[in-house]
Ligand binder design. Sequence first.
Ligand SMILES: [Zn+2]
Length: 408
Amino acid sequence: MNYNYRYRLRPSDALEEQLAWTVDTCRQVYNHFLHRLNHTDDTSAYSEQKLLPSLKKWWNDLKNVHSKVLQKVVQRLYDNLSTLRGRKENGYRVGTLKWKAPGEYRSFTYSQSGFKLKNTSGRARLWLSKLGEIPLTFHRDLPDDAEIKTVTVKQEPTGKWYAILGVETPDDPPKKPENPEKCVGIDVGILKYAHDTDGTAVESLDLSDERERLERAQRDLSRKEHGSANWEKQRKVVAERHADLKQKRRDFLHKLSNYYATEYDLVAVEDLDAKGLVELPGNSRNRAGAAWGTFLRMLEYKCEREGTHFVAVDPKDTTKECASCGVKTDKPLWVREHSCPSCGFTADRDWNAAWNILSRGIKRLGAGRSESTPVETALPVSSVVDAKRVVETGSPTLKERTASAVSE
Ligand SMILES: [Zn+2]
């Protein structure tokens, strides 16, 4: 299994300057290969990486960057290229890869070699080839059998430096059950964050205080003279507020996804790409879409880790279809109730959708379980849960939380 662990780096001023220099050199290398990509036929990450040794002959700065780090820069360019192509195939309008200006490129990565984590006499340090030893705050232990595969050094817009350790552990994840017993379908919506087939609805996380603080900081920034020392100081405050907001949202999504992955044998959700295009309007689509994407990625890897089936289904018509008889009826967004003209089944709109998602998920998996509809099963009592409770207890239900559900 692969995990990422993130630690705060505490470089001295001199080291910090070196780190920033390395980031900027990598940025220039990225732009160099981007230029080649746009002006040369038939390039690939592999063929371009082979050019690095000869590049060092005239580009002297490159001698002070570890060779694996440079190879990763080329890899990153070609990874971006394939992401872009993937989005294009999925029907998005995409531009071309952009030249990276200073500030748009913030990290570099060692893979396989050129790094060592030293943790003797309680003082943790990260040794990086060509850079030296950097103290880090080792707030969380790595698993005993973990092997560090990659080290990414990143400067956040707040100015703080972090090391993200990509580790691999040898143990295989638990086997997924052949006949999943506890199954759940989750509909992610706008008014409620999530609505599942067990009748649990989780309210969206209230981030209004954080947003307000961010906006206030941004207003203060706009009053400062651009580029002045005060402006620079305030820019960091704005970045901190951004980071707070992001951290709070991630914490919520971590806990919610962990709950579903540990509590169930099978979790069915709607596929992201199509979902984004379906029903959310304008700006809220982008914001909700991004959070939904993060939630899905977290849920998927946690399900993998816990031995839980994860199925992403086609979201087409999940709100229109009747979960009981399958007949489709048009419903504008503001109609919050599903009321079937064909069979008379009524349910909350999102709950009806969650059931459709679950039955599609079970069908996709071909699980040895007959499809059930809400009419055949007992109707659960629908309960609405404040997002705060998820954050505080790690679970949206009143059931006793499992130990693993809070450990994340
Ligand atoms: Zn019906």
